[in-house]
Design a protein around this ligand. Structure first.
Ligand code: PLP
Length: 427
């Protein structure tokens, strides 16, 4: 394969990184294992572009894995962070931004009546799962193959994202006793969930899913599927948790639950909500949330939770999205890149999926409705395409099993140029 060769400064940093950082990185997908070759090092990002330490420029479709919905380093976020930092970086006692953020989340995501802020999506999911178990007094969790919910022990069972890319959907270090309390089913298969509820319904505390799975590429729920899950949970007294760490504030102000018209009991959030700083949140029905400490018996805490810099960044980003109606713009950009792709791919053995500002090109004929379908993708062909695209100055996620992201900083002009280049590569 013709690998992309990073410049000399990146190569030198990569040598040093591998000596002192495990695998050279702090989050596994970044190591390029899914596509081969060496990653480049980035030290500047603005709008839809990133620049590596060797001065090379790329149009970015990763957007720091989702948070950069306004593009990189938007002025409103930079201003909010610098202004807030002048008054201190962390207080460890209530601050007004926490109230404003909680009110903003509840307004934008109507199923959320009360909120707890965390420092990452993983932490949000961890808290939501513990709360579901504490609230229902049941231990079993149901998840779906290929859905990724952060590196929470109970959920690293048949997981997506880096775990999938590296062939470790089931991580070592997770006690079998704990994993045995997680039931994993194929996505888009309602009869499988019906059967599980019929057998183990009284043990099931919650069903957690990405309503639009975006960590094994990107595929969509079939008509009636989410409604079916909602009904089964209600009938059996299990909580429905929508993990909207990826889709929240991206697909619509109210996330995938707004798009599909489903009301979950609990929702986990992250990524966009932090404006590029480390933040997560979970929330939902007040009667459930009130089981958290200090009101209830389920313990959850965080030294830096509700951090003023992170919340200032997130609030600035959400306000700007509302001011410019960013979701409408993103949908138009998404439609534009979709029509270019469809034109290029006509009659070829690819599957292209897009919802709002997220997209994925699978190197398989399809249909792709679940993880088993996604795995039919020719990952070697994807890797060649990835390296060819890099050479053209286009940065896609370095794995077939990740989604691409658009931001409001991409222009139709940028997308036309990129689409023309990609058309050449795919022909
Ligand atoms: C990214 C992601 C997480 C984990 O969030 P981190 O901030 O990386 O811990 C959880 N769930 C989903 C759906 C995600 O996409």
């Amino acid at each position: 394969m013709n690998l992309y060769l990073p410049g000399p400064i990146s190569s030198e940093l990569w040598k040093r990184a591998q000596k002192r950082l495990v695998g050279g990185i702090n989050s596994p997908v970044r190591a390029f294992r899914g596509v081969g070759g060496e990653p480049f090092f980035v030290n500047r990002a603005k709008g839809c572009k990133i620049w590596d330490v060797d001065g090379r420029e790329y149009v970015d479709f990763v957007g720091t894995w989702g948070p950069a919905i306004l593009g990189h380093a938007p002025q409103v976020v930079l201003d909010a962070v610098t202004e807030t930092a002048k008054h201190g970086t962390s207080f460890g006692i209530p601050n007004p931004l926490e109230v404003e953020m909680a009110e903003t989340i509840c307004r934008m995501v109507p199923s959320v009546e009360k909120v707890r802020m965390t420092n990452s999506g993983t932490e949000a999911v961890l808290g939501a799962i513990r709360l579901a178990r504490g609230f229902t007094g049941r231990d079993r969790i149901v998840k779906f193959e290929g859905c990724y919910h952060g590196h929470v022990d109970s959920l690293l069972v048949k997981a997506g994202s880096g775990a999938l890319t590296l062939g470790q959907p089931d991580s070592a270090g997770i006690p079998a006793a704990l994993a045995s309390l997680t039931s994993t089913l194929p996505f888009n298969d309602l009869p499988a969930l019906q059967a599980l509820f019929a057998e183990k319904g009284s043990e099931i505390s919650c069903v957690i899913l990405e309503p639009v799975p975006a960590n094994a590429g990107l595929y969509l729920p079939e008509a009636g599927y989410l409604e079916g899950i909602r009904k089964l949970c209600t009938d059996h007294g299990a909580l429905l948790i929508f993990d909207e760490v990826m889709t929240g504030f991206r697909l619509a102000p109210g996330g995938a639950q707004e798009v599909f018209g489903i009301t979950p009991d609990l929702t986990t959030l992250g990524k966009v909500i932090g404006g590029g700083l480390p933040v997560g949140a979970f929330g939902g029905r007040a009667d459930i949330m009130d089981h958290l400490a200090p009101l209830g018996p389920v313990y959850q805490a965080g030294t830096l939770s509700g951090n003023p810099l992170a919340l200032a960044a997130g609030l600035a980003q959400l306000k700007e999205m509302e001011r410019i109606n960013g979701w409408k713009l993103l949908d138009e950009l998404g439609a534009s890149i979709e029509s270019s792709f469809r034109e290029t791919l006509k009659g070829k053995p690819f599957t292209f999926h897009r919802i709002g500002s997220m997209f994925c090109l699978y190197f398989t004929e399809g249909p792709v409705l679940n993880l088993a379908d996604a795995r039919k993708s020719d990952t070697a062909a994807f890797a060649r395409f990835f390296h060819d695209a890099l050479r053209e100055g286009i940065y896609l996620a370095p794995s077939q099993f990740e989604a691409g992201f658009l931001s409001t900083a991409h222009t139709t002009g940028d997308l036309e140029t990129v689409a023309a280049k990609m058309a050449c590569l795919l022909n």
